[in-house]
Design a protein around this ligand. Sequence first.
Ligand SMILES: Nc1ncnc2c1ncn2[C@@H]1O[C@H](COP(=O)(O)OP(=O)(O)OP(=O)(O)O)[C@@H](O)[C@H]1O
Ligand SMILES: [Mg+2]
Length: 269
Amino acid sequence: MAEIIVVTSGKGGVGKTTSSASIACGLARRGHKVAVIDFDVGLRNLDLIMGCERRVVYDFVNVVNGEASLKQALIKDKRFDNLFVLAASQTRDKDALTREGVEKVLKDLADDGFDYILCDSPAGIEKGAFLAMYFADQAVVVVNPEVSSVRDSDRILGLLSSKTRKAEEGGRVKEHLLLTRYSPKRVETGEMLSIADVEEILGLKTIGVIPESGDVLNASNKGEPVILETTSDAAQAYDDAVGRLLGDNRPMRFVTVEKKGFLSKIFGG
Ligand SMILES: Nc1ncnc2c1ncn2[C@@H]1O[C@H](COP(=O)(O)OP(=O)(O)OP(=O)(O)O)[C@@H](O)[C@H]1O
Ligand SMILES: [Mg+2]
């Protein structure tokens, strides 16, 4: 059985695509067969972050329209044999995806033995975002610790509990909170909301806290999901999040301000 996970948010630009790429890699690194799909029709982005943009010949919309087979359109990752990317189309037709078309692609992936299908949602509450979440079993709700991002996430939670197939069948999409661009320093000074604040406002449990890190941009410029930059705090935080998604119990790291030690206080550093 394939597990369908949507990576979603209310507000745009909070780190969905960054997180989709890293979570997909983290699951593949543990041996699972993973497909990651870019639902952001018109704005291809995932293939850039995954570093496969030059290999895109056919995309998601081509498959939905029957212009290419799923096999032709799936791009095998160059690092992991069990990881595949389905790129978004650059068409300007925002209605190019249909519910039936998306359902068929997801079913074909499941029949093909994929363990996890990650759906990288576009921002907002338009059709693309709706289709990305509709068939989901689980949702990773990406939130930045600031009021506008938290407020917009509330709307997505409303949709997850009413406009998904699970909801229509009387069930529930399993929701997780992924806090990204977290800066312990700015939380301490009160500029940012704390983990507890966000959890309380949204009523969600945190699956991961990804620190604000310059490594994220560096990695995406290289076409390398940041989780693979193993020495980076952001990479380790993403790996922890993947572990928790699979049921591990791990303490949160990188969530407090690093106190300077005695020697560095004296000598600087
Ligand atoms: N932990 C982080 N630290 C620093 N920068 C980050 C972090 N996470 C994401 N970013 C940056 O934030 C920007 C938006 O990230 P990303 O494209 O993943 O967001 P998105 O939610 O997919 O956006 P959209 O809504 O447009 O699809 C990028 O420039 C990315 O490098
Ligand atoms: Mg995106």
